[in-house]
Write a protein that binds this ligand. Structure first.
Ligand SMILES: CC(C)(COP(=O)(O)OP(=O)(O)OC[C@H]1O[C@@H](n2cnc3c(N)ncnc32)[C@H](O)[C@@H]1OP(=O)(O)O)[C@@H](O)C(=O)NCCC(=O)NCCS
Length: 223
């Protein structure tokens, strides 16, 4: 969880920032404000400062930062500048108290794990990944950086999820499947075979619908 007593800044300004604000309150963490470069989101109810650039924060080292952005590529881009300037201990993981986390799992900084998730033995979750409510991540699963797992997803053992990949709401993935980077798995799908990078798949069993252009859909690998 959090190893420092620095106040938090929530990076982002959409509904997800609101969700993360509530999670911080549940965890009794003190929120200093929001860093939001472009959103029209109405922050007035929070009565907290909104910084529209990292240059507007007096000393960035004074704070820790958590991701309040659901879209994988936007989350990655928004954390990128801060990540270049700060140690990893400025990016705490946020884990809802109702989540069950195996002691042998490895969870990196800037990861968010929402309510009622189960993270099993030897699972590893890399920087900036988002695991949404009620997801089951079985043993030895790897979630790569900035991937996202939507509510109610069930991932069986030894599955690999590539960077930036989005797994849609209610998806099931059978054991040992490898899902490449920048893929999108449509809501409600059942994945029974590997999915190549930059692919949109959906259905039961999930089938290739189209190839995605990473720079339009989820960003390119230079980020
Ligand atoms: C797969 C997805 C990305 C496709 O989005 P899209 O390209 O805008 O697709 P459209 O809505 O234009 O639908 C195109 C066709 O695909 C079908 N379709 C879309 N998503 C589907 C899915 N998950 N399963 C089966 N069919 C689907 C639509 O019914 C439509 O069929 P039609 O042409 O016969 O009418 C989107 O539907 C989806 O599943 N997103 C995941 C959302 C999610 O899980 N959010 C979690 C937030 S926490």
């Amino acid at each position: 969880m959090k190893n420092t007593n620095r106040e938090l800044i929530i990076v982002g300004g959409s509904d997800q920032a609101n969700v993360i604000y509530e999670l911080c309150k549940t965890l009794n963490l003190s929120v200093r404000g929001f860093l939001d470069t472009k959103s029209p989101y109405d922050f007035s109810k929070f009565n907290l400062p909104v910084y529209n650039s990292i240059n507007k924060i007096d000393r960035i080292q004074k704070y820790d930062y958590v991701a309040g952005i659901g879209h994988n590529f936007s989350r990655k881009c928004s954390l990128h500048e801060l990540r270049c300037k700060l140690d990893t201990n400025h990016f705490p993981k946020l884990i809802h108290p109702s989540a069950i986390i195996s002691p042998s799992s490895k969870i990196a900084g800037a990861v968010t794990i929402m309510a009622n998730c189960y993270i099993d033995t030897n699972a590893s979750i890399d920087f900036g990944a988002l695991v949404n409510v009620g997801a089951i991540i079985s043993h030895d699963v790897k979630l790569s950086e900035f991937s996202s797992i939507a509510p109610g997803v069930k991932i069986a053992g030894n599955v690999y999820i590539g960077r930036n990949t989005q797994v849609g709401i209610g998806v099931n993935i059978i054991e040992a499947c490898k899902i490449g980077k920048n893929a999108v798995i449509g809501a409600g799908s059942t994945v029974v075979a590997d999915v190549s990078r930059n692919s949109l798949v959906y259905g039961t069993p999930a089938k290739l619908i189209k190839r995605l252009c990473p720079k339009n859909i989820i960003g390119n690998e230079n980020h």
